[in-house]
Write a protein that binds this ligand. Structure first.
Ligand code: PEP
Ligand code: MG
Length: 584
């Protein structure tokens, strides 16, 4: 195939050059191969052997994944083992061989089709998704019907994995092997399971490539640039060399950045700032601190729901929050209550399809509708706060009444715990995210009701500019340095500070060097971001004077377009503090 350059979404940084390994799906037979009645017992034995082998493989995989990347990723295989125990599934397979006198392959194929139809007919999104698990298990049995020497080994050793999409089980299985160079997928987004896993295992990944799985074949050479979100198919030698040197530079840069993690978070004129980490898994705490985080500025608790096939209990929540609080102690941990709905539609929640999900039943709106679930979460957070380093953060607040309701519920949960003599931090701080333009305009009123605020710039910019940044037709309009964005953020930060309340930014904007300079100049001290970007931002902010950032912002606020603002920052900072962008 000729040289092609594709653009996707870089979800795990780094560069890899290597050969394609397409993940091959089992194609179930469409041929009904019959057998004689005296062959039936032998065929049943063949099926049982394949099922036994499948069980042994799943037990082994589950153990392996638990050891290598943690228990939270091994639950999927527990679910698969349960499917193998399912009496009706197993008897359907046997019945088809016995009654129709067919080969096991055909019986699996039929049963597969039947189960897919059953699951697809459910209205419940969660049950519907289970069809993939059944499919996964039946594929494994199907493959195991082949004699051992014929079974193709798809180990992806030192290869680049290309697929349409990876099921959570496939992602855990493949990426945990430690020898995958990179991942390139047709589907997926920043917060997909594969993206999170690739980031925590340091494997470059680009997703959302639309049709790469159809454009490549095994053995094609790929360059995956997870930093810039690009994939090159069969690049000419000169371009491959260029990327090999970019990779070298990037790897050196990573080493350099790690050194920065240990240096103090102070600007040249000794003004302190504090880098915090946004995380999705408890296992990320250690990595976040090694990158220089001074606390967990955002724990996206909705990811707890990704790790279980059923609704997590209060104990499940409590264990995870306690683990994070303990590992981060004495640094602060901001636990955000679930932010589901919108593009984060988790199956257990049974949220009906909405015509306009971004404006629908999301985040706190959902929690205030299902109050029992919300209370379970609040109780667990409170119980995990005994060491006094936990704060609660409420997403997507739109109006004052929502805060009042949250406070009432929070109060009643606290009373309940007191009655039961269960300890918690009575001074635990409650904060809200400013992500909706209406909340931004009300900052002066809302901030009086809470202990702190956190600006969620990902959503705030999307709603403020009316731009869906994942829609490539309009994503060019998503500009953190848009003059109107700067005005609103200035208002939020200044208003919070006037009320002597803490303010944090926890959207991607905090991880962008130019924006971070602007935020510093606007008086922000707490920058929460994906931990991999902390060293870069620390380097930028350590290389400039607070005074310069203040001056630059003053000038930027007089400009009319984001381009003028960008140019102004680059010129002024480069002129005064050239080191700031040396590594950025
Ligand atoms: C945000 O909106 O900026 C934010 C941090 O929340 P999330 O990215 O989880 O929606
Ligand atoms: Mg948000």
């Amino acid at each position: 195939m000729d040289y092609v350059r594709l653009r996707g979404v870089g979800v795990s940084p780094g560069i890899a050059v290597g050969e394609v390994q397409l993940t091959e799906k089992v194609v179930f037979t469409t041929r009904k191969e019959t057998i004689n009645s005296d062959q039936v017992n032998e065929e049943l034995k063949r099926l049982k052997r394949a099922i036994k082998l499948t069980r042994a493989q799943l037990v082994e995989i589950k153990k392996d994944i638990k050891n290598k990347i943690g228990e939270e990723h091994s639950f999927i295989f527990e679910a698969h083992l349960l499917i193998l125990e399912d009496k009706s599934l197993l008897s359907s397979l046997e019945k088809s061989i016995r009654k129709e006198r067919t080969r096991a392959e055909w019986s699996i194929s039929r049963v597969h089709e039947k189960y897919q139809k059953i699951f697809e007919s459910f209205d419940d999104e969660y049950l519907m998704q289970r069809k993939y698990d059944v499919s996964d298990v039946l594929s494994r049995i199907y493959r195991n019907l082949e004699p051992a020497d014929k079974r193709k080994k798809e180990d992806g050793k030192n290869k680049i994995i290309v697929a349409h999409e990876l099921l959570p089980s496939e992602a855990a299985l493949r990426l945990s092997k430690g020898n995958v160079l990179a991942v390139a997928l047709d589907m997926g987004g920043q917060t997909s399971h594969t993206a999170i896993l690739a980031r925590s295992l340091n494997i470059p990944a680009v997703v959302g490539l639309r049709n790469i799985s159809q454009r490549v074949k095994n053995g094609d050479v790929l360059v995956v640039d997870g930093t810039d979100g690009e994939v090159l198919i069969n690049p000419p030698h000169a371009i491959k060399k260029e990327f090999a040197s970019k990779k070298q530079k990037y790897d050196d840069y990573r080493k350099e950045l790690r050194k920065i993690a240990k240096l103090s978070s102070k600007t040249l004129d000794r003004h302190t700032f504090s880098p915090l980490a946004n995380i999705e898994l408890p296992g990320e705490v250690e990595m976040a601190f090694s990158m220089g985080a001074e606390g967990i500025g955002l724990f996206r608790s909705e990811f707890i729901f990704l790790q279980s096939t059923s609704l997590p209990s209060e104990e499940d929540h409590f264990e995870i929050y306690s683990q994070i609080a303990e590992n981060a102690y004495p640094s602060p941990v901001y636990i955000r209550t679930v932010d589901v709905g919108g593009e984060k539609n988790l199956p257990q929640f049974k949220i009906e399809k909405e015509p306009n999900p971004a404006l629908g039943l999301r985040a706190i709106r959902f929690s205030l509708r299902d109050r029992e679930l919300f209370k379970i979460q609040l109780r667990a957070v409170l119980r995990a706060s005994v060491q006094k380093n936990v704060k609660v953060l409420i997403p997507m607040i739109t109006e004052l009444e929502e805060i009042e309701e949250v406070k009432m519920l929070f109060f009643s949960v606290k009373e309940e715990l007191k009655e039961k003599k269960i300890p918690f931090d009575e001074d635990i701080e409650l904060g809200v995210m400013i992500e909706v333009p209406a909340a931004a305009a009300l900052t002066d009123i809302l901030v009086k009701e809470v202990d702190y605020i956190s600006i969620g710039t990902n959503d705030l910019i999307q709603y403020y500019l009316a731009v869906d940044r994942s829609n490539e037709l309009v994503s060019y309009l998503f500009k953190p340095l848009h003059p109107s964005v700067l005005r609103v953020i200035k208002f939020i930060i200044e208003t919070a500070q006037r009320e002597k309340k803490e303010v944090t930014v926890c959207g991607e904007m905090a991880a962008d060097p130019l924006s971070a300079i602007v935020l510093l100049g606007l008086g922000l001290r707490k920058f929460s971001m994906n931990p991999i970007f902390i060293p870069r931002i620390k380097n930028v902010l350590r290389s400039i004077e607070y005074k310069t950032a203040e001056d630059v912002v003053q000038e930027a606020l007089t400009l009319k377009t984001s381009q003028q603002i960008e140019e102004c920052i680059i010129e002024r900072i480069l002129f005064r503090h050239p080191k700031a962008f040396l590594m950025g």
